[in-house]
Design a protein around this ligand. Sequence first.
Ligand SMILES: [Zn+2]
Ligand SMILES: [Zn+2]
Length: 278
Amino acid sequence: MRFCSLSSCSYANSIVVQDNNTCILIDCGLRKKDIKPFLSQVGLGLSDIDAILVTHCHIDHVYGLKFICQEKSLPIYSTANILKKLGENIRFRTTPTFIPFGNCAGNTIGSLSVAHFSLSHDVETIGFILSSNGERMGFITDTGFVPASCLDAFQAVDYLYIESNHDPDLYKKSSKPQHVIKRNLGPAGHLSNEQCSQALKSMGLKNCKLVMLGHLSEKDNNPALALNTARRHLSPGISLVSAPARTPGCWSDDQGLRNTSASRKEPGGSIILNFYAL
Ligand SMILES: [Zn+2]
Ligand SMILES: [Zn+2]
């Protein structure tokens, strides 16, 4: 099993997860113009995607769904409530195929098994453990705190994608409106770097090979700060990287990803940090 971020920030979120038989997107908050180029950058096309898993209905996670559905009929999985909200909030031009998770703990999408967990956000939001061929990947983003059920269940994951949204000190100087700051720092907001770090400590992560930090605020956080804070409670044997904003990162099985940071020169000359490892 491997995974790769197409974009991870407050602007747009989308992650690809793939095993030998099945390839899914978790969320698609991408702009229309970015969907095909970003997939192509990681060696994929729309024809490779088998399904989309949705965490919640915020626009940075679902904006691109209607564009994908216009071109390809893909099943969209989530809870019945989240799918109902999706249907109400998004004007799909073609009728999407919604598949609600059953009440039982395990659901399958192709060869991937999916267990979902309730998170704490200002709309219904879920995290996941995806399993395939004896490997498990935990996925947790957009939550004001990590619920105890996740801290327990995520202890045995092999890979973890987890939100590390903001640094509270940077937030004190933020130009965001007070009500937004209050919401984001509260129990139905987003995980701070410190909260993320504490969650990593509580999970223990004895079998984990790689932790990817995601959904970093572009204004109220930076990769070095998030990575340094997370590293405090993470054993040295576990690789730690942050997913880049507004551009695809590297696949989790990319050998270079484990040891160094890498950059890519854009045609205009600007350097895009492709990932940042610590
Ligand atoms: Zn979000
Ligand atoms: Zn959200």
